[in-house]
Write a new protein. Structure first.
Length: 343
C-alpha cells in the first residue's frame, strides 16, 4: 500500500512531499506545530495539523494560532478553509481560493513536486548560526564502529580468559593442583597478558565514549553538556568515578534516541562493572595473601573464580551497551539526514 505523501506550509511557502515519519520528525524539531497547514490527497483543502490524522504526533496543549495567517479571516483560521468569497492565493498555486477553478488547484501540481526537491529545500534553509543542521551533523558526527570494534578486540579475549581461569580454578583438582593454579595466575606472563588486555580495552573504550559524546553534541548542534573530554576524565577522578561515568552515559543516551530505550542497558552495565570490580579486587588480594576462605585456600579460589565470571559478565554487558548507543546515534543521524532529503 502506497504511503500518503504530505505537504506543509512554512513561511508562506509550500514544502514537500514528506512521509508521515518525516512529519513526526518535523514536529519533534519544532518546524511543524498544531496550527501548521498541511495537505494530502485525503484532504479537500489545506488544514491545520490538529484537525488531521497527524494530530497523534503532537504533544502538549494546542494553544492559540498565530495572529497573522496570510491575511485570512478568523473564520478561515478556525475552520481551515474559506467560508465565503476570498481571493487569497494558496502557497505554490496560481489560482485564488474561492475563485473559479480553485478546486483543481488545491492539489499540488506535479511540476512543483519535481522542482521543489527536498535536498534543495533543506540545504538552503539555515538555522541560527548560519549553518544548516544537515551540514553541522555531516561535519561533526563521527562513526563509532572503528572504536567499538577495536574495543571488542580487547574485550573478547578478556571474556574468554576470565571464563577459562574461572573454570580452571573450579576444576583445579582434576586439571592442575591448586598450587599450580596460583603459580599460573601470579606468573609474569599472565600478568603481562591481563595488563595488556585491560589497558588496551580501556583506551579503546574511552575512545568510544569520547566519540559518542562528540556525536551527542553534533545531534544537538553543540548544546550537549558535558564536553567529550570531561566524559572521559570522570573515569580518573577518585570517588566521583563511582557515579559520574554513569551519569554522562545516561545523558549521551538521552539525546541519542528520543524514545530513551538504552538506560536499562546502561544501568545494568554500570552495576556489573562496580560489582565485578569490588569482587575482583577483593579476590585478588585474598589470593595474593593466601587467605583461607571457609577454612581452606580452595574456598578462596572458588571466590576468585566467581569474581572472574562476574568480570566476564560486566565486559559482555559493556559490549551490548556500546552496540545500543551506536545503533541509537546512527539511527538519529539517519533520521536527520533523511528528513531533510539527504542520502
Amino acid at each position: 500500500m502506497t504511503e500518503t505523501a504530505w505537504f506543509y506550509e512554512l513561511k508562506g511557502e509550500r514544502r514537500g512531499p514528506v512521509s508521515e515519519a518525516q512529519v513526526e520528525a518535523l514536529v519533534d524539531a519544532g518546524i511543524i506545530d498544531a496550527h501548521t497547514r498541511v495537505w494530502s490527497e485525503l484532504l479537500d483543502s489545506w488544514t491545520p495539523v490538529f484537525k488531521t490524522d497527524l494530530r497523534g504526533f503532537l504533544s502538549g496543549p494546542i494553544g492559540a494560532p498565530p495572529l497573522d495567517q496570510g491575511g485570512a479571516s478568523p473564520e478561515v483560521q478556525e475552520e481551515g478553509r474559506t467560508q465565503g468569497p476570498s481571493h487569497r492565493r494558496e502557497p505554490g498555486t496560481g489560482a485564488a481560493q474561492g475563485a473559479p477553478g480553485a478546486a483543481q488547484d488545491q492539489a499540488p501540481p506535479l511540476s512543483d513536486m519535481a522542482t521543489a526537491a527536498m535536498g534543495e529545500v533543506w540545504e538552503a534553509e539555515t538555522l541560527a548560526g548560519g549553518e544548516s543542521d544537515v551540514a553541522y551533523v555531516k561535519q561533526h558526527f563521527m562513526r563509532l564502529e572503528p572504536s567499538r570494534y577495536v574495543t571488542y578486540l580487547f574485550f573478547v579475549p578478556q571474556i574468554l580468559l576470565s571464563g577459562l581461569l574461572g573454570f580452571a580454578s573450579l576444576t583445579a583438582e582434576t586439571v592442575l593442583t591448586r598450587a599450580h593454579f596460583y603459580d599460573l595466575w601470579m606468573s609474569d606472563g599472565m600478568i603481562a597478558v591481563t595488563s595488556l588486555l585491560f589497558f588496551g580495552g580501556m583506551i579503546a573504550f574511552l575512545t568510544f565514549v569520547y566519540r559518542a559524546a562528540q556525536n551527542a553534541g553534533a545531534l544537538t548542534r553543540g548544546s550537549f553538556k558535558p564536553a567529550p573530554w570531561a566524559c572521559v576524565g570522570w573515569y580518573f577522578v577518585p570517588v566521583l568515578n563511582l557515579w559520574m561515568p554513569l551519569k554522562t552515559m545516561l545523558a549521551i543516551a538521552a539525546v541519542s534516541d528520543r524514545w530513551h530505550r538504552a538506560p536499562f542497558k546502561i544501568w545494568q552495565w554500570w552495576l556489573l562493572v562496580l560489582g565485578s570490580a569490588v569482587l575482583s579486587l577483593t579476590a585478588t588480594l585474598m589470593v595474593e595473601s593466601r587467605v583461607h576462605l571457609f577454612g581452606s585456600f580452595n574456598g578462596t579460589l572458588v571466590f576468585f573464580a566467581i569474581s572472574l565470571l562476574g568480570e566476564a559478565a560486566a565486559i559482555g554487558c559493556a559490549m551490548e551497551m556500546m552496540k545500543a548507543v551506536n545503533r541509537m546515534q546512527s539511527r538519529h543521524r539517519d533520521e536527520i539526514l533523511e528528513t531533510r532529503g539527504i542520502d
